[in-house]
Design a protein around this ligand. Structure first.
Ligand SMILES: [Mn+2]
Length: 436
């Protein structure tokens, strides 16, 4: 079970005394006319509350060592609930979410100056959303108006991210369990896609296969928009049109992962539409796979965040030279970034509640050292542009990426997404079983 009270306690501990933190929920965004996008709670807000409604705001006050948790949320209004569904309401929220106080969201602007009075600092995600910046500044102004009554107004606007996102970067046991489950569901969904693909299908139909499987396994939403790129589309890094017909002889790159109770998975696999890699596809695939394995080996406590990337670059560049796509001395080619036309992105990002999760990548200008509880992706790739005249025509239009979710453990790492097949032999065997 996720322990939201514990998350708040950890944040309180990091906050300076005599300070207030303000963390708003996410908004509902309009898609078109009266239709909204599906609502997704703000990760920061959910991490501290477990509350999934919109139009809410969390206020944490630490004053003379005393910590208070206050929630503002939508009032319980029967007529509104008939249209938009159940609301918890402030009264029930206190016990349900273990709060000290709760009010309706319409009371926020009146109450905020009270909570800020005689506090020195206001922690918030300053500079993220103009309306909130203005709202908080208005509240500070209201406190200043009370100066003659002896009330002190806050004197510092502090970024909440360094405190809160440091906590989110190190995952606890319940978070790791959720992420492992999400990764397992997604890994099996990739297996389903491999098993069901047929030349002639449209990319979005394979996308549908993945979503349906994840839903059957208890995931309501994807962690991000799935990328299903066949043939040359695999060379477009963030391809999400997913509307082309899959051809015999294509490779298909699928970058898809489900979200489970606000925790993400992020897996990429590349496989042949007809179940058998061509000679060129296999040659490039083996290079990417070996780069990925080398990068995963570099995930361990004490190594820094960039170690896996460096390991991947070494193998990828060597492979490009061996296959004749580049020529020259490998170390010089890496230094000159000669690999960039074929590998233009980085190897890793943090993974957590957000697919590109929070947490600093560098500390004091140095790549950060990996610690147990961090989760990162390892996702090298090679992409040969369809119009790349510098290489033999047989390589053009091939795009490959292999991505796993890797947890840093005490003595190394654990691959959360290990159930998604990735060797040529395993993929071809799985596909042969289903096609034969
Ligand atoms: Mn990724």
């Amino acid at each position: 079970m996720l322990d939201f009270v514990k998350h708040r306690e950890n944040l309180f501990q990091a906050m300076a005394d005599n300070s207030v933190a303000v963390i708003p929920s996410a908004y509902i965004h309009l898609r078109n006319r009266d239709a909204d996008y599906p609502f997704r709670q703000s990760s920061d807000f959910f991490y501290l509350t477990g509350f999934t409604e919109d139009s809410a705001c969390l206020v944490l006050q630490k004053k003379q060592g005393q910590c208070r948790t206050i929630l503002f949320c939508q009032a319980k209004v029967k007529e509104m609930e008939i249209w938009t569904g159940y609301r918890l309401g402030p009264e029930a929220a206190i016990a349900e979410l273990t709060l000290d106080e709760a009010f309706t969201i319409t009371e926020l602007d009146d109450k905020l100056p009270e909570y800020m009075s005689d506090c020195d600092q206001v922690y918030a995600a300053w500079g993220s959303e103009k309306q909130w910046d203005q709202r908080l500044i208005d509240a500070i102004e209201k406190v200043k108006l009370k100066a003659r009554t002896g009330v002190q107004a806050p004197t510092a606007m502090q970024a909440i991210e360094p405190l809160l996102h440091e906590l989110r970067l190190i995952k606890g046991p319940a978070e790791i369990e959720l992420m492992a489950k999400a990764a397992s569901i997604s890994a099996h969904a990739h297996q389903q896609a491999m098993a069901r693909v047929q030349p002639g299908m449209f990319e979005y139909q394979l996308e549908g296969t993945i979503r349906q499987y994840c839903a059957e396994q208890g995931s309501r939403f994807d962690a991000y928009t799935s990328i299903v790129g066949s043939g040359e589309n695999a060379c477009i890094l963030h391809y999400t049109h997913n509307d082309q017909q899959i051809k015999d002889g294509d490779l298909i790159l699928i970058d898809a992962g489900c979200e489970l109770n606000h925790y993400a998975s992020d897996i990429t696999r590349t496989f042949p539409a007809n179940g058998i890699f061509s000679k060129e596809q296999k040659a490039l695939y083996e290079v990417v796979l070996n780069a990925q394995l080398a990068a995963i080996e570099a995930v361990k406590p004490g190594n820094h965040f960039n170690h896996p990337h460096e390991a991947a670059l070494q193998v990828l560049t060597q492979g490009l030279v061996d296959l004749g796509l580049l020529s020259g001395d490998v170390d010089s080619l890496i230094k000159e970034e000669a690999y960039k036309p074929f590998y233009m992105h980085r190897t890793s990002h943090w993974l957590g509640m957000d697919v590109h999760d929070v947490g600093a990548y560098k500390q004091d200008g140095e790549w950060r050292v990996l610690e147990p509880g961090m989760v990162l992706t390892i996702e090298p790739g090679l992409y040969v542009a369809p119009d790349d005249e510098t290489v033999d025509a047989k390589w053009r239009g091939i795009g490959i990426r292999i991505e796993d979710d890797v947890l840093v453990t005490q003595d190394g790492h654990s691959i959360l997404s290990f159930e998604a097949p990735k060797t040529v032999a395993d993929i071809e065997a799985l596909m042969a079983g289903q096609h034969g």
